[in-house]
Design a protein around this ligand. Structure first.
Ligand code: NDP
Length: 414
């Protein structure tokens, strides 16, 4: 389905910053900038500015690498020329698609993978990122991101990921938009195959994230792209003035239902139990919304229609009673599963398929590290994934140092 990027962001705006007494500093206390000014403004103006108007002038600092003023958009699809698709194998080792050997190879390009790349690249490890055929991770199908620090007015998910990517590339990360098919972690260098190319790496950071879970109905699969979707921000636009269903009772379902009210004439929130799993504030938003009708104890048994979704066969999960409800769309928002498939033969996984980390970001194979949602089913936030990517890169670098593969770094490497 076509990706659509919303241009009608209505993210909540932050209230004007209040000056706190704790931020007050005397004239003498304030640091001097390169021009000799202490950056202080007149008392009445300073009180209205964040941090009392304190600012250090870095304009004469020549150490920084110039940063692009605008963030480039991500080009979707492989950044390599099409190649004949032959199965990757142990004897295959091709070089025609650019660099395939690295000290650190990162699999995945969400906040975890790209943060790992930024850190590894700044430590001069010139990482390769195998970004996946749909690079950027779940934030690419997220509209307003209001909880990522540093963006008081929120930011669109794709814009945030474009910035991550630009930052990783700025320091020399080589990014290839391909999926990993299989790996061999039996010896070093580790070997990974993607798009019929073999990559070799002294260390690997797995940051493949998680993806949407579907109900598993045959009719759901049949109508995918014809009214059934797992991404409100991608496809909501196509349901203007339509009546639609959203399945789930967690924050994703609540968020998607609320978002879809921008387009739909009515949103039926269909939850299999009589209590939501989502956070109180999001539950309240959905309950208060005049366009959202909540159906507790309700399951979808079948999606009905000719060429497109026309009706849903629903079931009362308590009484078993079935009935049909008109609907032109159905959004599935029942959670995610970890994208750990290629690694399961080599690493420990839990009952739900999440990779298990033994200590910090380490796995049971030395030199293989894990970051982000592929192991974290507790926090699952962009900011925690990014933090995890940072930790994995630092762990990888320290491990490479300990192996004597790279020289010991200094603290300033980061
Ligand atoms: P959750 O696991 O929290 O919720 C999944 C929901 O789907 C549950 O209500 C569950 O029902 C229901 N469900 C699961 N399987 C089925 C099925 N086969 N048929 C019908 N219903 C089913 O996943 P979410 O994706 O909602 O949230 C994941 C995490 O991400 C949470 O920690 C959440 O807080 C966070 N999040 C935060 C957001 C934000 O802050 N803006 C936005 C989105 C997510 P039941 O309750 O009966 O188990």
């Amino acid at each position: 389905m076509k990706r659509t990027k919303r241009d009608d962001a209505t993210s909540s705006r932050t209230a004007p910053t209040e000056q706190t007494s704790g931020a007050a500093a005397t004239e003498q206390d304030r640091p001097r900038d390169a021009s000799g000014s202490n950056g202080a403004t007149a008392p009445d103006t300073a009180a209205a500015l964040p941090f009392g108007g304190l600012a250090i002038d870095f304009s004469t600092d020549t150490g920084a690498v110039p940063i692009a003023t605008s963030v480039p958009t991500i080009a979707f699809g492989p950044d390599i020329a099409p190649v004949e698709l032959t199965p990757g194998g142990p004897d295959e080792h091709r070089f025609e698609h650019g660099r395939t050997e690295s000290k650190v190879l990162i699999v995945g390009s969400g906040p975890a993978g790209l943060t790992a790349a930024i850190y590894a690249a700044r430590a001069n490890l010139t990482p390769i990122v195998l970004a996946g055929s749909a690079p950027g991770g779940q934030l690419m199908i997220t509209s307003d991101v209001e909880n990522y620090p540093g963006f008081p007015d929120g930011i669109q998910g794709p814009d945030l990921m474009a910035a991550f990517r630009a930052q990783a590339e700025r320091f020399g990360t080589h990014i290839v938009d391909v999926d990993v098919d299989r790996v061999d972690f039996s010896s070093r260098p580790f070997r990974l195959w993607a798009h019929a190319t073999e990559y070799r790496a002294e260390s690997v950071i797995i940051a493949t994230g998680a993806s949407a879970i579907w109900l598993g109905l045959e009719s759901e699969t049949r109508f995918r792209g014809r009214g059934v979707s797992a991404c409100a921000t991608c496809d909501g636009f196509f349901f203007r003035d339509k009546e639609i269903g959203v399945v789930g009772g967690g924050d994703t379902a609540l968020e998607e239902a609320t978002f879809l009210t921008r387009f739909a004439s009515k949103v039926h929130l269909l939850h299999r139990r009589d209590q939501f799993r989502g956070s109180k504030i999001m539950v309240q938003r959905a309950l208060d919304h005049p366009k959202i009708e909540v159906h507790f104890n309700t399951a979808v048994d079948e999606v009905l229609g000719d060429t497109h979704v026309e009706r849903l066969r629903l079931r009362d999960t308590v009484t078993g009673r079935q009935w049909e409800m008109p609907a032109q769309g159905l959004f599935i928002a029942i959670g995610h599963k970890p994208d750990s498939e290629p690694f399961r033969d080599w690493l420990e996984v839990d009952a739900k398929g999440y990779l298990v980390v033994n200590d910090q970001t380490n796995t049971k194979i030395e030199g293989v590290f894990v970051a982000g949602d592929v192991h974290d089913h507790r926090y699952r936030q962009a900011v925690t994934a990014a933090g995890d990517g940072c930790r994995a890169a630092i762990d990888a670098e320290r491990w490479l140092e300990a192996q004597g593969i790279i020289e010991a770094s200094t603290a300033s490497a980061w």
